[in-house]
Design a protein around this ligand. Structure first.
Ligand code: NAD
Length: 461
């Protein structure tokens, strides 16, 4: 499917026309993926050859990184600086799994009796990848790269707000030399194209990243066809600053934690838990820093805070800010819709102080540049506050005390813990959630397990 004509990326101006895929388009794509998966051509392609194709795709993407980054910024609103970082990560992810393709191995097992027993790791089959709009191609690559490395074929459904980079990327996959049907993209709505992919009987696995609510629906829908599922869902991650932290570094980390990507980040450190004795200096520095974050054209290198993805998302975020004020939190920075020459769906970098754990802004995922600051006394209260959430995606810890850092890292129920850093990612480091933040892992060696079946073979001796 082609992305259609592309126009210059101006705020609130039509950018491109994209065909809205429906259940029939999903069916055609799944049939293509299934036929490829079962074809001799795909089966006979060696693991090393699959790795080479992924590596070639990485080279092609790297050569056009600037173009892809501009397109990512155009449909998402994030700064070009951020898009370049994320496209660079996408290249790394393709290379990382290119390297894994010929290193997927089984075991030989020492069982009782006259047997030789071994395991084979086989591809699950056709994978449906459904992804959100916040890191459009990057998160998609967390799914299709390990899936293709494992020998699966893929149907990708990008978010309806951000289908452009996925569609353009399909051209690179073709150019790299992947057989037809190995990688497919269907742009379309969630409840139409997305649901059709989840329900399709010829899809073996759904790898989903998105909201906890939609994740639950997908789990239910997938049950009817016994599909495997991996769910990477929402978060309300605690970023804990202890009194013995390097306060300057912690404030910088808190800022990156919530304002990177305009806060439209699943692992955003949206709850800043500050030990009471350093609370005042942390909040003062944070508010000062937030006020300096320049809103503007996301393509301009001086812009620090891009536009939110859509009008609707801005309304949602502003609604939460109003709730914060109404429920009695203290607004110390931002709080208003931003403005760039009267265009774009911006929201100022916003910091709320004196937030209580029961307040809506302390409990619900806002998915915008809004930080809730809460205070605590001592390690036990800090940990208990950190764990007072249904989510468990990530957490940050700021302290110079090595023992405390590791003790707290174990006590916090989250899939990723950053000590004296925040929002760090690498293709080699698994990422995913505890509790309502989902299950299964993207990235790292662990992600491959999500695309493989284990077959045990017994040989009588
Ligand atoms: P969303 O759940 O609304 O949509 C995600 C994807 O699911 C989109 O492609 C959408 O079209 C599709 N979808 C929607 N309804 C569907 C249905 N009934 N059946 C099948 N597919 C359906 O999420 P969003 O608003 O695009 O993204 C924001 C959410 O994603 C936040 O909650 C955020 O925390 C989460 N997220 C999680 C991670 C992670 O790794 N854990 C990463 C990024 C974003």
């Amino acid at each position: 499917m082609a992305a259609g004509r592309l126009r210059p990326p101006l705020p609130r101006r039509e950018l491109a026309e994209v065909a809205l895929g429906d259940a029939a388009d999903v069916d055609a794509a799944v049939k293509g993926a299934r036929a490829c998966f079962e074809s001799d051509g795909w089966r006979k392609l060696s693991a090393r050859q699959r790795g080479r194709l992924l590596a070639k795709t990485a080279d092609l993407l790297e050569a056009r990184l600037d173009e892809f980054a501009r397109l990512e910024t155009a449909h998402n609103g994030k700064t070009l600086f951020e898009s370049k970082i994320e496209l660079g990560m996408t290249v790394n992810t393709l290379r990382y799994y290119a390297g894994w393709a010929d290193k997927i191995v089984g075991d030989t097992l020492p069982v009782e009796g006259p047997f030789f027993v071994y395991t084979l790791r086989e591809p699950i089959g056709v994978v449906g990848a459904i992804v959100p709009w916040n890191f459009p191609l990057n998160i998609a690559s967390w799914k299709f790269a390990p899936a293709l490395a494992a020998g699966c074929t893929v149907v990708l459904k990008p978010a309806s707000e951000t289908p452009l980079t996925a569609l353009l990327f399909a051209e690179l996959v073709q150019e790299a030399g992947f057989p037809a049907g190995a990688f497919n993209v269907v742009a379309g709505g969630g409840s139409t194209a997305g649901a059709a992919l989840v329900r399709h009987a010829a899809v073996d696995k759904i790898s989903f990243t998105g909201s906890t609510e939609v994740g639950r629906q997908i789990m239910k829908m997938a049950a009817d066809t016994n599909k495997r599922v991996t769910l990477e869902l929402g978060g309300k991650s605690p970023n804990i600053v202890f009194a013995d932290a390097d306060v300057k570094a912690a404030v910088r980390g808190a800022q990156t934690g919530i304002f990177y990507g305009k806060g439209e980040v699943c692992a955003a450190g949206s709850r800043l838990l500050v030990e009471r004795s350093v609370h005042d200096q942390v909040v003062e520095q944070l508010a000062e820093g937030a006020k300096k974050l320049a809103i503007g054209d996301p393509l301009d290198k001086n812009t620090r805070l891009g536009a939110l993805v859509s009008k609707q998302q801005r309304e949602t975020v502003l609604g939460y800010i109003k709730k914060g004020v109404d429920e009695g939190a203290t607004l110390v920075a931002g709080g208003r819709p931003g403005n760039h020459n009267g265009k774009g769906y911006f929201v100022e970098a916003t910091v709320f102080d004196a937030v209580q754990p029961t307040m809506t802004i302390a409990r619900e995922e806002i998915f915008g540049p809004v930080l809730a600051v809460l205070s605590f006394d001592g390690v036990d209260e800090g940990v208990s506050l950190a764990n007072q959430t249904m989510y468990g995606l990530a957490a940050g810890i700021w302290t110079k005390d090595v023992q405390k850092a590791h003790r707290v890292a174990r006590a916090v129920r989250a899939g990723t813990v950053w000590i004296n850093n925040y929002n760090s990612y690498d293709s080699g480091a698994p990422f995913g959630g505890f509790k309502a933040s989902g299950f299964g892992r993207d990235l790292g060696r662990e992600a491959l397990d999500g695309y493989l079946e284990t077959k045990t073979v017994w040989v009588g001796l």
